[in-house]
Design a protein around this ligand. Structure first.
Ligand code: AMP
Ligand code: ZN
Length: 143
């Protein structure tokens, strides 16, 4: 299933060029043109799905099943010190291409170009607060 106006579907179909890293019947992996760090790779399902909210479990399963071998290939070739996996959903969370994708960002040190602002609020929540939040979410998780 591909969407006419989706740039990543066009990449899968070969209508737009890409630097392909890996492909099989379910997923396609290619270099992110922004190369936040060297080897920055996007892994996408061949089935068009807007983002994580609209992704059927089997598509998520197939996508994630390929991540370890692609991550290990990047690790073997460039020997980064670490790797971040990133998935943005909706504009407010910096999603700019609306075809589900997972960023693999190898890390080469603190000043390698990748940064994320992460403020801890550990002092603002009691154990009871955490239990209440977990309960609210947990009750909504569908079996
Ligand atoms: P996000 O902001 O999480 O939606 O990520 C979208 C990513 O797609 C960005 O990091 C872009 O650099 C990348 N991108 C957009 N167009 C292309 C393209 N034609 N080839 C490779 N990467 C692309
Ligand atoms: Zn698409």
């Amino acid at each position: 299933m591909s969407h006419d106006d989706c740039i990543f579907c066009k990449i899968i179909d070969g209508e737009i060029p890409s630097a392909k890293v890996y492909e099989d019947e379910k997923v396609y992996a290619f270099l992110d043109i922004s190369q936040v760090t060297k080897g920055h790779t996007l892994v996408i399902p061949k089935t068009h799905t807007k983002n994580i909210y609209e992704t059927p479990p089997e598509v998520a399963q197939e996508l994630f099943a390929r991540i370890p071998k692609i991550a290990n290939a990047i690790k073997d070739v460039y020997q980064p010190q670490g790797m971040n996996l990133l998935n943005n959903n909706e504009k407010a969370a910096d999603q700019s291409v609306f075809h589900l994708h997972l960023h693999l960002i190898p890390r080469y040190g603190k000043d390698d170009g990748y940064a994320i602002n992460w403020t801890t609020h550990v002092d603002d929540y009691s154990q009871e607060d955490l239990q209440q939040i977990a309960k609210e979410i947990g009750e909504r998780v569908q079996a």
